[in-house]
Design a protein around this ligand. Sequence first.
Ligand SMILES: CC(=O)N[C@H]1[C@@H](OP(=O)(O)O)O[C@H](CO)[C@@H](O)[C@@H]1O
Ligand SMILES: [Mg+2]
Length: 646
Amino acid sequence: MCALALLTRFPFPAPSPCGPSLALRHSLSSSSLPCSPPAPLLLLAPRPLPRHRPCFSVFCSSSAPSPMDPLSFLSIHKDFLRHASSQFPLPPGVKFSYGTAGFRTDAALLPSTIFRMGVLAALRSICTQAVTGLMITASHNPVHENGVKLVDPSGGMLAVSWESYSDLLANAPDEDDFIQVVEHIVINEKIQRKGKTGEMVYLGRDTRPSGASLLEAALKGVEAVRGVQAQDMGILTTPQLHWMVRCSNRRVPATESDYFKTLSRAFSILSGLRPAGYGEPTVFENLIVDAANGVGAEKLLQLLKITPSLRLQVRNSGFEGEGLLNDGVGADFVQKEKIPPRGFEVLSDNLKRCASLDGDADRLVYFYMSSMSQTDQISPSLQLLDGDKIATLFASYIMDQIQILRGTSSFSAVTNPNASIPGFGTVKVAVIQTAYANGASTKYIKQVLGLEVAVTPTGVKHLHKRAAQYDVGIYFEANGHGTFLFSDNFLQWLQEVASQKEKGEVCQAATRLLAVSEMVNQAVGDALSGILMVETVLQYRNWSLQQWNAMYTDLPSRQLKVKVADRSVIQTTEAETKVASPPALQAAIDSAVEKYEGGRAFVRPSGTEDVVRVYAEAQTQKIADSLAREVAIQVFQLGGGIGEMP
Ligand SMILES: CC(=O)N[C@H]1[C@@H](OP(=O)(O)O)O[C@H](CO)[C@@H](O)[C@@H]1O
Ligand SMILES: [Mg+2]
């Protein structure tokens, strides 16, 4: 295919700032920009620009690797790659987008995308000279769908700067275009082979029936990049694969069995380190876990086998075809619908300690049923302990330990996060939330725990990055996806203190935090390690779910979705809490909010569905409902609503 034909087909992104062997030197709309020294014209391609402004860019190179034959320079055989990709043709009429959490769509449409992501994961591995990962899952989506996410060497999500490559690769119409995109990535990222042996991609999948054949496609993609090894890690939860990639690159034991052993060992250490002053440990009733008929069921049972002190039962396991994945079950269902998952209704009286995972076990919510008086009759209602409640519980536990490290063994109502720990200095602790966090949680964290709250846009990749800036960064989305991270500096200091037995309580608190840092997945949110952590804190405090729930009362809230012709017309700012465009919309939201004391509302285009999301909270449910509706109408009117008016 000639370069000109490609012109109209690929919106190549600007070269990466981290590997600028090719510089964007020239565009037809600004052709006077110098390209100095003159460099060979390599590729003529359109770049993403504001709409209605046709413009093309010239990528040019001035340094090695050999720009004219980048693949053979890497010992990648072009014909082999072309032949392999021809086995996985692009389905017609589909536009793929990496989105907030990877590609997700009907499984039948995915083989080409997953083959190509295998290639990308292999290129990322060569580029970073480290193990990368590829997970086949569609999380809480229906069973006929599937998806793929890439894991970076740190164990976190794929670097945002590489997301545009995944879109280009996934949408390349044929083999020649595909090869051109691969070449573009190799040159743009200055990828070179360093002759090391670390070029490896770990592959994992959840329990979806389509997973096995899609994994084959991924395997072929990795193998098409000769020299990079693919390792099939089997059926896993998403967080397990992230954990394995992270551990492998840190040169620590990284098998699935190591994962279970690490979590279990840390849980046992923590169970044996209850403080004096909270009374004799209560023998809790078993936790009943709704596993969304997904991969979490089998994995929880494996964890249970080696952790006898963990008291739980698994329901909605999906074993032997019983129950459909994510169908009326799971964390997303429970959090959104606020009703018990399928299979739990009959047990209403015993539902005192329950939790729900999502389909790939990276989200976790807790709940219990309480009898509430509704008009003239008593009916059970679901009390949800969502990601905000989990973050608050964890933050309060961390502050408890920090108080002890400071030499104050009792947990005072208001802590001072700036007070330093003798021997360490100021320990920076923060909770990272999104705009969807319930206002009551934010108030509690700031006013009662005295902690900083940072707000990022929606999507775990944003929260994780921010959390990594603190000594302890706790992040959760309200939907139950989150974890907390420790800085290496703080961990190193804790190691020293934990080895000084004579320090008594202080040594114990350091030992606890070290165990917590092993148990809580440092790569990504993990429902299994989340359960262990919640159970640890509840045991430590001797708390029932009711006592935990009483930390603060959620403000009533309402979420709505509005269909508009083009959701990209809504642009937001200030971590998605304000609308930048159309400007009249923010003014309309402000005047709606002003009518209700303590009200809050914001809107943003969804990154995973073709809708604009509306969120409102207020002092009563009725007001939250009216405010949400009022704002939804404004979105409809000012944002090009289609279909029925909300
Ligand atoms: C309000 C909400 O729950 N949004 C979810 C949802 O994103 P949207 O961009 O809102 O569609 O899916 C994301 C990926 O799972 C998750 O990170 C996020 O929290
Ligand atoms: Mg998930």
